[in-house]
Design a protein around this ligand. Structure first.
Ligand SMILES: NC(=O)c1ccc[n+]([C@@H]2O[C@H](COP(=O)([O-])OP(=O)(O)OC[C@H]3O[C@@H](n4cnc5c(N)ncnc54)[C@H](OP(=O)(O)O)[C@@H]3O)[C@@H](O)[C@H]2O)c1
Length: 264
């Protein structure tokens, strides 16, 4: 299969292209900086916030391969801090990278998938796309946006044989934690003194989280499945239970549980 994975310089993207390439797929990966190449992977350079650049790299792939079977939209970053103090620039970077980047790629690949009679779009959401995570409010908002967009998209494109799958990882140990842009606003720290402790807990959970190879194996399975589920939660038992409880419990009960977990 011809597979395009976005954001393959580290973490899930890197492990996914490694595995898919070993499995014999024709693998394209996007990066925005020079990286140590993985054998067999074709690299495309793009910042996903640039719509024209996204169209161009998808065009290059089509020129080479004549088709695209799978898009794995993996690129993502996070901003951390009290929502009250996030700057407009930070919010735009968050939404442009995580949400608009997905929109640009889907819009670019869909005409080809429709024409060839099918394809698969795998979108990386998060368990933060199912529940609003304190001090990661705009990250959660970007992932909630992905969830709503994919739910609608799935219904619109099913008639063309295009499948849409949402993957919701829990805590994983990747480059994500170090790349998070945390507020350094002194006033934010003063007004929300519990923010630092809460964010410290988030980061410890991520650093001690699952290895990204686990997620790569799940993506490989999804790609091979004829009829994949609409969504997959890939997380520790505790986090899978939290997703289950979020769906089951009255909102005010769940908020109590989540708040006490983050010591709020
Ligand atoms: N790790 C977790 O615990 C976790 C949990 C839930 C969901 N996720 C989601 O999983 C996905 C992958 O994250 P990861 O954990 O593998 O993190 P990661 O190691 O930081 O990888 C993120 C990738 O996205 C790329 N990227 C970021 N902004 C970009 C931009 N504007 N244009 C092009 N590429 C850009 C990065 O490239 P550079 O190296 O150039 O920055 C990197 O290749 C994200 O969507 C994230 O939200 C992660």
């Amino acid at each position: 299969m011809v597979v395009l994975v976005t954001g393959v310089s580290s973490g899930f993207g890197l492990e996914t292209v490694r595995l898919l390439s070993q499995e014999g797929h024709v693998v394209y990966g996007t990066v925005r900086r020079d990286v140590e190449p993985v054998p067999g992977v074709h690299y495309l350079k793009v910042d996903v916030r640039d719509r024209k650049a996204v169209e161009k790299v998808v065009g290059q792939l089509i020129e080479q391969e004549g088709r695209i079977d799978v898009l794995v939209n993996n690129v993502g970053m996070g901003i951390g801090g009290p929502v009250e103090f996030a700057t407009e620039e930070e919010v735009r970077e968050q939404m442009d990278t995580n949400f608009m980047g997905l929109v640009y790629f889907v819009t670019a690949v869909l005409p080809y998938m429709r024409e060839q009679g099918g394809g698969k779009i795998v979108a990386l959401s998060s368990i933060g796309g199912v529940m609003g995570l304190p001090f990661q409010g705009f990250y959660s908002a970007s992932k909630f946006a992905i969830e709503g967009y994919c739910e609608a998209l799935r219904l619109e494109v099913q008639q063309f044989g295009v499948q849409v799958v949402v993957v919701r990882p829990g805590d994983f140990s990747t480059g994500f934690t170090a790349s998070r842009k945390k507020t350094a606003n002194a006033e934010a720290m003063r007004v929300y003194p519990f923010y630092a402790e809460s964010m410290g807990k988030v980061e410890r959970d991520e650093r001690g989280g699952l290895e990204p190879q686990v997620l790569a194996r799940k993506i490989s399975q999804i790609i091979r499945k004829k009829k994949p589920r609409h969504g997959y939660v890939v997380a520790s038992l505790e986090q899978r239970i939290s997703v289950f409880l979020k769906r089951l419990l009255p909102a005010c009960w769940f908020a109590k549980i989540l708040g006490s977990y983050y010591r709020l």
